[in-house]
Design a binder for this molecule. Sequence first.
Ligand SMILES: Cc1cc2nc3c(=O)[nH]c(=O)nc-3n(C[C@H](O)[C@H](O)[C@H](O)COP(=O)(O)OP(=O)(O)OC[C@H]3O[C@@H](n4cnc5c(N)ncnc54)[C@H](O)[C@@H]3O)c2cc1C
Length: 461
Amino acid sequence: MCTSVDFDVAIVGAGAAGLLAAYELSEKSKLKIVVVEEGNDVEKRECPARIYTICTKCKPCNILCGVGGAGTFSSGLLNLSPFIGGDLTEFTETEEEAWDLVKRVDNVFKENGAPNQIYDPSKEAIDELNRKAASVGLRFIPTIQRLIGTDNAPAVISNIKKTLESRGVKFKLRSKVTEVEDHTLVLKKGEKVSARYVMLAPGRSGMEWAAEQMEKLRIKTRFEPLDIGVRVEVPATIMEPICSIQRDPKFHIYTHTYDDFIRTFCVNHQGYVVQEVYEDHVCVNGHSSITDKSEATNFAFLARIILTQPFEDTTAYGRSIGKQATLLGGGKPLLQRLGDLRGGRRSTWERITRSAVRPTLRDVTPGDIAMAMPHRIVTDIVEGLEKLDELIPGVASDTTLLYAPEIKYSAKRVLTNKGLETEITNIFVAGDGVGVSRGIVSAGATGLVVAQSILKKENVI
Ligand SMILES: Cc1cc2nc3c(=O)[nH]c(=O)nc-3n(C[C@H](O)[C@H](O)[C@H](O)COP(=O)(O)OP(=O)(O)OC[C@H]3O[C@@H](n4cnc5c(N)ncnc54)[C@H](O)[C@@H]3O)c2cc1C
């Protein structure tokens, strides 16, 4: 039986984008808001193992779905800049407004229990690091950061949800939206939710679904670049001098042979490498907690791939590499010492055990990354690490561990106006699943942009 429920605003996805949009709308208006979420409530989400499941059908832990979205089991590292995870000035008139969005997202997390401590490197430390990085041809991207921590993130998300409920926001959980029919959402069991304004914020788990809906609604999209490479793990002492200045130091490098762009991303000082399970392949990721510290530091080291005609589908390309790596790893990620990769030989547990760092993820297959990834990407990784070693001695030692593959898929970018309204009036998009952000703060900020667009239409601001 179909039922129809009417709201002013229907939001698909309870990740950072959806929650922040609901936060802003419910604080500044009396609009009737519903958040429709495919996954479970925060308290019912569990992710005990160091295995993150990306596919909705797999067990034991679906890291991407449920209240809080992909942020709930992440390190919750908030990059407090409008230029990380996208460029928020695309959606604002001035740079100052973009910074205001970042501050607003940060304040919402703080109001709901995020730790007060921020990592704000001093000007002297930044100048010194900039100078050293520039002298070896690297670009350092200084950022102010706040670490919520894997251990705190679920409680903070739960507080945000409680605040929203106290303001009358309704949540429809375990309710996958199967179709968007203009301003009506069709749910899995045939139920329909209609609203004057619809916002789609389905995150990475819903990016293919979002692309299908856009095609059906004839809303234009374009492919975005793919970031692919490895997760590097080294003894924490090697990264300590840099991580004591910047919790998640970001370096941009252009490689010698191909002049490709490669970067450090998601640095987990004293953290853990984790496995990500997709429907047809496995990848790696990393996390860090405030209390449970390892003796290693891991970071993603990712080359940027842009494809042009006749084949522009970066997701399909990334997936084919992911599947090849998974095939070679017998269903597990590959682990190789950098020295073995350079020496053209497969790693063995015996050689890995001799490393200065003990792998924090052990459910892996010692292997040869060069058999799984294109030569160009492998060359970028080796050359990039050797450049980074000039700034951080030891990072490119023979015993450095490389886990593969690490892939950051990008959603197809939905084309919108500055206020994130699509070609269909009053259908808006926000967050990672529609290609307008890549990170908690930027996703949350795009949710705020949508909320402000709606509030303007309602003459509230
Ligand atoms: C392991 C890991 C660690 C990370 N660490 C960090 C970090 O430290 N710092 C950082 O800034 N970023 C981090 N990220 C990225 C960050 O989590 C995302 O950028 C952010 O969560 C994106 O927010 P979002 O709202 O766009 O999407 P999501 O958080 O993915 O939320 C989207 C929600 O929509 C729901 N949904 C999807 N399709 C449908 C549908 N059809 N119907 C109903 N509901 C649907 C999903 O279930 C999901 O809950 C990490 C990601 C991962 C996977």
